[in-house]
Design a binder for this molecule. Sequence first.
Ligand code: ZN
Length: 241
Amino acid sequence: MRYAVLSDVHGNLDALGAVLDAVAPSDVLLCLGDIVGYGPDPNACIAMLRARGALTVLGNHDVAAVDGHGLEYFNDAARVALEWTRGVLEPEHAAWLDSLSYEIRQPAFLMVHGAPVRYFAYILDKEEAAAAFGATDAPLILVGHTHVAEYYECTVAGTIAHEHRQHGGRLVLEEGRRYIVNVGSVGQPRDLNPEASFVFYDPDRHTIEWQRVAYPIASVQEKIAAAHLPAVCARRLKLGR
Ligand code: ZN
């Protein structure tokens, strides 16, 4: 079996559709949160992931969309987009988001949006990665949140290495070592590659493979403008930042 792991769809249905086209029906889908926020199609994205049976944890935008929690911590564009999202979110989808948990732990891996325990913390450097490794005993920590495809590797001796994967690529998970794998963002990449990001995780072969998928960015930008969402939400899609 194989997992397809995605994160930070952010209401971008065109990007999500392109990603799911690249995923096999037999793949088990894992979603690391932030299905909504920024983008014009929050309901359709939730419906698509629910229909696909995606095992999902909560992101900070999801929480804010459901009950307004933490809205004051978002920047202006994010907050305006979240208020719009709260206005259009169908009650049934809001209730589904509200039913999700902050983490899912399996023997082989931990799913969180940002970091273990401090769920919405950003892992941006080796020190924050070291803190994250120290907060769980999971051998593999699957995260999103920063919208940057990359990983941190922790050796038995505790040395931490870091590599970007914003153009795709492979990682072989070595016995005894631990990993933080950032799957990047489906709907709003910020690693200077505008293509949608996700990973395949094969637990039998011990591999992670980052994927990038092109999608019709201009059509999403038109939908963002039509919904009167902040222009920056459209502009950054093309830039990948
Ligand atoms: Zn996000």
